[in-house]
Design a protein around this ligand. Structure first.
Ligand code: GLN
Length: 454
């Protein structure tokens, strides 16, 4: 714990942490010493973790990457962070992230971008994005500032940053991890999950994070399997689906090469490889970018200058002017864009054309997956259509930024478990990730395939 506390201090240049809580981590280490002496060690005793700033942490400022929550110190602990602490873990600090988890590069954060610890081999010292929205988590784990971190994934925010920084991250089945105390972005999609150095560490962390919580109405009332104890890279008797719709134009050849390599590794592990079709894949991105902003526009209505954090009260005017001034000053450009898109697609005149239609297409995308589970046990795809891009490279073009989520959002819309594992480097020496998508509740199948790749 002391070594990681020192690493966090040394790594401040990455801007991965928005708050440091060394005392919390050191207290957990002391508790672990006592537990060891009394033969009472827990699964994560003394392990110092980073916590994404989307998780409410009791007594520790929680901003969700937004200036509108500056100064908000929860009086309660999110279920997931509480579960980790109950399993013995400590907290090194709160991790930077895209504002309200909206973004793919950590550049929408109200607290400045996170800088990836990676560099292109011929790129001089040009700073790269750590991915997003869990960019503080990915950078911190990748730079070894912490052995593991929490992330959240609404449309790829665990998997894409994991891929960009050469680490491992899994989004479990929707409902496995409680959303209670996790600042809401798009509630029908939001899922917490671990980001760590390898598959085994992810399995250990996920076991601690997951579990039924009566305080979240969409929490799954199911026992948490012993994923780590039954991990196995032996894939004999398993079938791996390769969806042909994920071979899309404009993706660098290196991404396809890593995908082909992953297929070979899974074949070597004993799996049978089958080509499958997910015909509605091309509608997933537009569907996601209707549903997620719609839910966000509703969830973000609560930031009114009264209930949480920042308040800007003009000298003249009434309550509405205070709402307006607070939201104008507190929200960044991407969040405002999402609120406008979401409000538009939910408005009376356009609800049927956009939101209602997107809900129907979402069901078709989920049915695509249902249909292929007769042919395969897990699906293998690239995690993202590119390696890490440079800071500033996509900020002027929101559509280019959204396109980076193309492979991640289908599993989110279908609520399925999905993981990214590091699978190789591109010609610039940057990490590339492969994604494994599994059946609902089959985190084990996803973790096992990931183990066979790593
Ligand atoms: N990049 C996607 C977005 O901006 C996904 C974010 C997430 O998963 N939280 O919405």
């Amino acid at each position: 714990a002391e070594a990681f506390v020192a690493a966090v201090e040394k790594g401040r240049g990455l801007n991965a942490f928005v708050a440091e809580t060394p005392d919390h981590a050191l207290a957990a280490a002391d508790a672990a010493d006592a537990a060891r002496a009394s033969g009472d060690l827990k699964p994560l005793s003394g392990v110092p973790l980073g916590i994404k700033d989307l998780f409410a942490t009791k007594g520790v400022q929680t901003t969700a990457g937004s200036r509108i929550l500056e100064g908000f110190t929860p009086t309660y602990e999110s279920t997931v962070s509480g579960n980790l602490f109950a399993a013995g873990a400590g907290m090194l600090g709160k991790l930077n992230m895209d504002e309200f988890a909206m973004g793919s590069s950590n550049e929408t954060s109200g607290y400045g971008p996170v800088i990836s610890p990676w560099r292109r081999s011929d790129g001089g010292n040009a700073a790269l994005a750590p991915g997003g929205s869990s960019g503080g988590s990915s950078a911190a784990v990748s730079a070894r500032l912490c052995p593991g971190a929490t992330g959240t994934d609404t449309g790829g925010s665990i998997r894409q940053p994991a891929a960009f920084t050469g680490i491992t991250g899994i989004k479990p089945t929707y409902g496995r991890c409680s959303r209670w105390g996790v600042v809401a972005f798009a509630s029908s999609l939001d899922q917490a999950g671990p980001m760590a150095r390898d598959v085994r560490d992810c399995a250990i962390m996920l076991e601690a994070m997951a579990g039924f919580d009566p305080k979240d109405s969409t929490s799954l009332d199911l026992p948490v399997p012993a994923w780590e104890a039954t991990l196995s890279p032996d894939l004999r008797g398993k079938r791996v689906g390769i969806p042909r719709e994920y071979r899309i134009d404009g993706v660098p050849a290196e991404i396809d090469a890593v995908w082909d390599q992953g297929i070979e590794w899974l074949r070597d592990a004993g799996a049978e490889i089958v080509e499958v079709s997910l015909p509605h894949t091309k509608y997933a991105l537009p569907t996601y970018y209707i549903i997620a902003p719609a839910e966000a526009s509703s969830n973000l209505a609560r930031y009114d200058g009264v209930r949480y954090g920042k308040r800007v009260a003009p000298e003249q005017g009434g309550l509405n002017d205070m709402y307006e001034a607070t939201r104008a000053a507190g929200f960044g450009a991407e969040v405002k864009r999402r609120i406008m898109i979401g409000t538009y697609v939910l408005s009376a005149g356009f609800y049927d054309a956009y939101f209602n239609q997107a809900q129907k297409v979402r069901a078709l995308i989920a049915r695509d997956f249902e249909a292929v589970w007769g042919q395969c046990d897990v699906i293998l795809t690239p995690t993202a259509p590119s390696a890490a891009f440079g800071l500033g490279e996509k900020t002027a073009d929101p559509l280019a930024m959204y396109l980076n989520d193309v492979f991640a959002v289908p599993a989110s819309l279908a609520g399925l478990p999905a993981m990214s594992v590091p699978a190789g480097l591109d010609g610039q020496g940057l990490p590339l990730g492969l994604q494994i998508v599994g059946k609902a509740l089959d985190e084990q199948g996803v973790l096992d395939a990931g183990l066979a790749i790593e």
